[in-house]
Design a protein around this ligand. Structure first.
Ligand SMILES: [Fe+2]
Ligand SMILES: [Fe+2]
Length: 272
């Protein structure tokens, strides 16, 4: 299965870049499954239903979230009916929406997509390790599902690496989100799980994690709430990771970063 995961989409600039590029990526990479993290799609804060619809229309199959899941309140009734939008699985019991979804592709293959959130330097939540373990006790890679992907939304590299190694061999891909900077450690772990600490954001890198520089820096100079942060101007770099899995085992055969447009060095998966 050929899977593309794109990191946190920032505001209109990020949305426009992603929706313009996805049909081309889907064709060129012959993608079976596309997942987009949409927690910052609405001006940096949250996801509105029409933005999720635009991602789906452009070729996304699932939209994941994170700590900004509820910043746009319209998502609350929407997530109750749209199963392709998922929020962290370790939110408190009774939270609207679901932390995972199983998609059945047109050819019958099934993929499990999970959103989990870290706890180090983040809000206090239930344990993402135990929540994922419990879910995977019911879904076995290579048996009733052909691929399993976790978007691990977290601040700390250590927690993300610990998560990746803990589930090595039970997932196709563990990819981090939330730090908004792509890491260079994309690899296939010892037992076959694709791993990348952070996919990076889809937004302008002439910024502080996607937001306009001056206002964002001011918050560090003075410990006062400033004006509302604005997404930075400038062309977006679309950032993510491509994984190809073996349908028999569900494990990763190859992994490659994607960085297109904007200021970062360019990289596009080579299928040859
Ligand atoms: Fe984010
Ligand atoms: Fe986040």
């Amino acid at each position: 299965m050929r899977i593309l995961f794109l990191g946190d989409v920032i505001g209109r600039g990020g949305r426009d870049a992603v929706t313009a590029a996805l049909p081309d990526y889907r064709a060129r990479l012959r993608l079976d499954l596309v997942i987009v993290n949409g927690e910052n799609a609405s001006h940096g804060f949250g996801l509105a239903p029409e933005m999720a619809r635009a991602f789906f229309e452009a070729g996304a199959d699932v939209v994941s979230l994170g700590n900004h899941a509820w910043d746009r309140r319209e998502i609350i009734p929407y997530i109750a009916t749209e199963k392709r939008v998922i929020r962290p699985i370790n939110f408190p019991a009774g939270t609207p929406g679901a932390g995972s979804v199983i998609l059945t592709l047109a050819d019958g293959r099934r993929a499990l997509i999970v959103n989990a959130m870290g706890r180090l330097f983040m809000d206090a939540l239930d344990c993402p390790f135990r929540a994922t373990d419990e879910l995977l006790s019911r879904h076995k890679l290579g048996a009733n599902i052909q691929a399993a992907i976790v978007d691990f939304h977290g601040e700390a590299t250590s927690e993300k690496e610990a998560f990746g190694h803990s589930f090595d061999g039970r997932l196709s891909l563990v990819v981090g989100t939330h730090t908004h900077v792509p890491t260079a450690d994309y690899q296939i772990l010892e037992k076959g799980t694709g791993y990348m600490t952070d996919a990076g954001m889809c937004g302008s890198y002439d910024s502080v994690i996607g937001m306009a520089k001056a206002g964002a820096a001011e918050r560090f100079w003075r410990k006062m709430p400033g004006e509302r942060l604005q997404p930075a101007d400038g062309p977006a770099t679309i950032c993510g990771v491509f994984v190809e899995t073996d349908d028999a085992t569900g494990l990763a055969r190859r992994i490659a970063p994607l960085r297109q447009g904007g200021r970062l060095s360019q990289s596009f998966p080579d299928l040859t």
